[in-house]
Design a binder for this molecule. Structure first.
Ligand SMILES: [Zn+2]
Length: 480
């Protein structure tokens, strides 16, 4: 029996507001434990939440960017459960009437386009964070995260493969990063994903029993955990066993999922309308203002890069995956109009350095190893035959270490290409004189030796001779 997977993803994205959702405490990451707290986000009795207007604006922008309907009236709800990281015993969320519904995210996997429907996007407050294993047997709680605004983005079970899940998450993250709503940092937990996965015999439509997989803190973890679950559940069904509805944790070291607890149902949470907050009204004008504030989004920008710069779709995809990389590319092209060469340098050299130095973990790369103007200047030096592509690689390495402009490096070290015929001729003459035997062999028909002579002349000129000139002159001299 052949089984297919049915996957739905729930993403929690921490919003980049300055303050928390219902109080004025800082929402920033990385402060000393419990520094960003007040009676409200510590859940003291008698306090009243005050909604952060920016949170609503971010939710509207996220909804518009994913083709959602924005509800003119939505409602806050209490989700009741006890846990030490939730001091007031309930989380303020949205339940029956979320702010955004019925959207979609378009993805492409192996050249095939698909739309993954969104059920909803709602706003809620984050919980604090329990810290185990750092203080003997005691568990500690850090409430800095308590009340940090979250977007919960819920997809329909439209995803069929781990690769589609990865493509969906990457696209969703890129959209939120373009909107500057979320920094998308999975390691720091500001972009988190839970996966609901079930399997069913291929060709059937009824849904199987699903497991929820948590603790997925990288794209790779999501894809690997789904691959594991699909095999585990298919094997169970094949052997006539049942799949249990439960929550499972991904163990990244052992690459397995483990049962954590049986899954709660919505009615376990005793949702009810939040009595401390009025229903949220969003006027058409407010939505229009947010629509006007949307930036050019990844899909539109990718298509424009193909159209405007004549780039291959693959280049456009890589360059527009991050807004700041796309901005960098456009800044460099404004300095020197050779888009394909600049794209090659960014994709092949610059992004490698950025990954190695982990500069891409934040929303915006703060310190580029090389400025767009310097990269453009390097490409210009190649295009006007001042240096060869090979020399350019070494100039690039020196730009990385010194931060100097390429023209300066080339001038200081005398790296300019030798195009002057007499200088190249001199090098050719000495190479031919030193290899008289090989010259005779070449002249008697051993054509393959030509490459040897080119190599020797380039070596004699420290790689600075213009290769075309060397070829041209060598042919003449060897013929003579
Ligand atoms: Zn607070």
């Amino acid at each position: 029996m052949d089984y297919e997977a049915v996957i739905g993803l729930e993403v929690h994205a921490e919003m980049l507001t300055r303050s928390k959702i219902f109080c004025g405490c800082s929402a920033s990451f990385g402060a000393p434990p419990n520094e960003n707290t007040c009676p409200l986000c510590l859940g003291m009795p008698g306090v009243l939440p005050v909604l952060n207007r920016r949170v609503v604006e971010f939710a509207i922008r996220a909804g518009l960017a994913t083709h959602c309907t924005i509800a003119p009236v939505s409602r806050w709800a209490r989700k009741n459960y006890f846990y030490p990281d939730l001091p007031k015993g309930y989380q303020i969320s949205q339940y029956e009437l979320p702010i955004c519904t019925k959207g979609r995210v378009d993805i492409e996997v192996d050249g095939e386009h698909r739309s993954i429907r969104l059920t909803r996007i709602h706003m809620e407050e984050d919980t604090g964070k329990n810290i185990h294993d750092q203080h003997g047997d005691a568990s500690l709680v850090d409430y800095n995260r308590s009340g940090v605004p979250l977007l919960e983005i819920v997809s329909e079970p439209d995803i069929r493969t781990p690769a589609e899940a990865g493509a969906y998450l990457r696209k969703l993250r890129a959209i939120l990063q373009y909107l500057e709503v979320c920094d998308g940092n999975m390691e720091e937990g500001s972009f988190r994903c839970d996966a609901n996965v079930s399997v069913r015999p291929r060709g059937t439509t009824a849904l199987g029993t699903k497991a929820e997989v948590k603790n997925l803190n990288s794209f790779r973890a999501v894809e690997r955990a789904l691959e594991y679950e699909i095999v585990r559940q298919s094997d169970a069904l094949r052997h006539g066993e049942r799949v249990l509805q439960e929550t499972r944790l991904w163990d990244a070291d052992r690459e397995v999922t483990r049962a954590m607890r049986s899954k709660e149902s919505a009615h376990d949470y005793r949702y009810f309308p939040e009595p401390d907050l009025l229903p949220l009204e969003v006027s058409e004008q407010w939505v229009a203002e947010q629509r006007a504030a949307l930036p050019e989004l990844p899909d539109a920008r990718r298509e424009r890069f193909v159209r405007e710069f004549n780039l291959p779709p693959y280049d456009a995809e890589v360059l527009t995956a991050r807004k700041d990389v796309a901005d960098y590319f456009e800044a460099a092209v404004r300095e020197h109009a050779n888009p394909k060469a600049i794209s090659n340098w960014i994709m092949g050299d610059l992004l490698r350095v950025i990954r190695d130095r982990k500069l891409d973990s934040a929303l915006v790369i703060q310190h580029w190893p090389v400025s767009p103007a310097h990269l453009a200047a390097l490409v210009r030096l190649i295009d006007d035959d001042t240096i060869s592509g090979k020399i350019a690689k070494s100039v690039f390495e020196q730009m990385l270490s010194s931060g100097d402009a390429p023209d300066q490096i080339v001038a200081q070290q005398g790296l300019s290409q030798v195009t002057d015929s007499s200088a190249i001729d001199g090098a050719i003459a000495s190479v031919l004189a030193a290899n008289a035997g090989k010259v005779a062999e070449y002249r008697s028909g051993k054509d393959k030796l030509f490459g040897f002579f080119v190599g020797q002349v380039m070596k004699a000129t420290q790689g600075k001779a213009n290769p075309q000139k060397v070829n041209e002159l060598l042919k003449q001299r060897l013929a003579g």
